[in-house]
Ligand binder design. Structure first.
Ligand SMILES: [Zn+2]
Length: 243
């Protein structure tokens, strides 16, 4: 099996990371993209990628981060300086359950420009900000993957039609939303992720990259394909998007 986890947070795991990576490899996972969200996790993502061959870093500033404008400037410069080491800019996006929409939009916009400049795709999160996220993505030329997207069917269709990818987390078995996205979006624009340690198949469980196998199984079932076929297509989507 050729499996891919395009979005997780290995930085948030403690000392057992090597076991988590080993279990992923044994399950057939070929690449794990781990996403930083702030200065500390960005550096951790880079160091994990040096330690484990299958781990690739994606760096970004997530809107929950409480950085001042000069700190943001410095971090964007840092990310830009690592352009040859990273596979994407992310996790970035908008979270309207948090304050300061304007600052979030500025930060998101700056990182979309950064992605265009360094020629990398973006890994995007949105929370109660789905329409604005899609509108802003459509204003930029960088390729994008919407992770764990919670927008309406209308927005899903609009995003898919403009070539945006969707990554489906490992809790798909208990999420009607993600099952609906798989039904709506052509397989050519679907990817798998775990958002580990979050969004596990079972409530209260800790997710890990090995669990993408379960997501592929569910996607194959919905699309009426066999698992190997679905896994191969998803893997080639990853190759198209991230290379
Ligand atoms: Zn995440």
């Amino acid at each position: 099996m050729l499996l891919i986890d395009v979005h997780c947070h290995l930085e948030l795991f403690k000392e057992e990371v090597s076991k988590v990576v080993e279990r992923a490899e044994n399950a057939g996972v070929r690449v794990i993209i781990t996403s930083g969200m702030d200065s500390a996790t960005n550096r951790k993502a880079l160091s994990l990628s040096r330690k484990f061959k299958i781990v690739k870093p994606s760096l970004g500033i997530y809107p929950t981060d409480k950085l001042s404008y000069p700190e943001i400037e410095a971090e964007l410069k840092f990310i830009s300086g690592k352009k040859d080491k990273i596979v994407a800019v992310g996790e970035i996006g908008l979270d309207y359950t948090l304050p300061d929409k304007k600052k979030q939009q500025d930060l998101f916009e700056s990182q979309l420009f950064l992605a265009e400049k360094v020629g990398k795709p973006v890994i995007v999160h949105s929370r109660e900000a789905e329409a604005d996220v899609i509108k802003m993505l459509k204003g930029h030329s960088c390729k994008a993957v919407l992770h764990a997207f919670h927008g309406s069917v209308k927005l899903v269709r609009e995003a898919a039609e403009s070539g945006i990818f969707f990554s489906i987390p490992s809790n798909i078995g208990r999420s009607e939303q993600f099952q609906r996205i798989v039904k709506e979006v052509p397989l050519s624009h679907l990817l798998t992720e775990t958002d580990a340690p979050f969004l596990a198949p079972e409530k209260g469980q800790r997710s890990e990259p090995a669990f993408v196998a379960q997501t592929v199984k569910k996607i194959a079932e919905i699309k009426g394909l066999d698992e190997i076929e679905a896994a191969n297509i998803i893997y080639s989507n990853y190759q198209n998007l991230f290379s």
